[in-house]
Design a protein around this ligand. Structure first.
Ligand SMILES: [Zn+2]
Length: 400
């Protein structure tokens, strides 16, 4: 038996005025998915407990059968693990942005304004040099800054102070930082980073090119590594995770699964859809039983409120991901199951994640049944099968 789980991230939505009162899943032309859904078990599933924030880590942990109430520790440790950092139980990972602060330095650090959480999406090599400079001054035994991609970096701190209430830099753009700063010892690190970075040659060159300098660190989302039970031991299947997102790779690694890198997998509508499908097929061919394919494009369109692109991204996932994987599995002659569901809705009108139940369809080549004619929110709800705890959904798919 082979198992494919395909996640069109954020595809679920509300009824949209721009679509004549329909949802993107309603209007998207997705012949392969609809054909499978017409012969599948269809229903809805709640991936995000009602008292939790619908973050990507929460929803995807649930789909992979890990109760987010127990195992969700925030995104930073998962990103750290995906960067190849081996975290120990007494270490805390912090997301470390390099941000742009603006204002007169003579007025004091605390009176500057945060004007860009990404420093004009600074290039990875430039940011790496800046993080190296910060590490040289602020790093010490048990406290290490690791360079990541663009403005997204990582601080690993052994026995870190237990403060969690950091301001998220993307939430305070344009604001004075005076009342957004964390307590000591964090705030002193911020102030020193500004001294290190504000006249750094990399930043002077950026200013010369008309770009914003990355002149301060900004920490948020601290967390310890989640101790996920090994996926293979839990389900007796070997698994791989295919995603452009560090978070998903991190969950896979923490669960003992194999993360697969796909060239050109960006997460947006220009992502390498074919490459993801081919990577999934290659994983099956080399003997993996379970492949988790996460495609972020519909979520990104939801955040950007791009209605047409959201519909198009669902169509592309059908044509270039679901169809080739289905055709491959069918061609092998072996029994297989395909599970398709968004992790959470990212409604166009909200431009952010919401926590409602999402539609799912579970197709089994050995057990075709009457499903729904169009895979969408209403039809799957009307099908009447509701899974209250998302982390139990996989038990309907995998027979141990
Ligand atoms: Zn999202």
């Amino acid at each position: 038996m082979k198992y494919a789980v395909i996640i069109p991230d954020g595809a679920a939505d509300y009824k949209c005025e721009g679509l004549g009162g329909k949802t993107p899943l309603d209007v998207a032309k997705k012949p392969c998915l609809d054909s499978l859904a017409s012969r599948a078990l269809c229903g809805t599933v709640s991936n995000v407990p009602s008292d939790m924030v619908p973050e990507s880590d929460t929803a995807n942990l649930a789909i992979l059968s890990y109760d987010p109430k127990i195992y969700s520790k925030g995104r930073s440790p998962l990103e750290a693990v995906s960067m190849g950092i081996e975290m120990k139980p007494d270490e805390t990972a912090f997301r470390c942005n390099v941000v742009t602060l603006d204002g007169d330095p003579a007025g004091g650090y605390d009176n500057l304004r945060l004007i860009d959480h990404s420093a004009d999406e600074i290039s990875t090599p430039e940011a790496a040099e800046l993080i190296k400079a910060v590490e040289a001054e602020l790093g010490r035994d048990g406290l290490t800054f690791y360079p990541g991609v663009s403005y997204r970096h990582c601080l690993i701190w052994r026995d870190a102070p237990d403060f969690r209430n950091f301001s998220r830099p993307h939430d305070i753009i344009g604001q004075c930082i005076a009342d957004k700063l964390p307590p000591e010892p964090f705030v002193s690190m911020y102030r020193r980073s500004y001294e290190i970075l504000k006249d750094h040659p990399v930043n002077l060159a950026r200013i010369g090119r008309g770009l914003k300098p990355a002149n301060s660190i900004w920490l948020w989302s601290p967390g310890k590594k989640p101790a996920l039970p090994d996926f293979k031991e839990k389900w007796c299947v070997s698994g791989s995770v295919i995603s452009a997102v560090d978070l998903l790779k991190g969950i896979g690694l923490c669960a003992g699964m194999t993360p697969v890198n796909v060239e050109g997998a960006t997460g947006n509508i220009h992502t390498n859809f074919e490459g993801k499908a081919q990577a999934a097929i290659d994983e099956f061919k080399r003997g993996q039983d379970f492949v988790y394919i996460h495609v972020e494009a519909p979520d990104e369109c939801g955040h950007r409120a791009e209605l047409e692109n959201k519909v198009r991204s669902i169509e592309l996932i059908d044509e270039k991901v679901i169809c080739p994987i289905y055709e491959y599995l069918r061609s092998t002659g072996e029994d297989f199951k395909i599970l398709v569901l968004p992790d959470h809705p990212t409604p166009i009108c909200r431009r952010t994640h919401t926590g409602e139940p999402v539609p799912f369809m579970l197709y089994s080549s050995a057990d075709e049944r009457e499903g729904v004619t169009c895979f969408n929110e209403d039809n799957c709800e009307a099908a009447g099968f509701y899974v209250e705890h998302g982390y139990t959904l996989l038990s309907h798919m995998i027979e141990k």
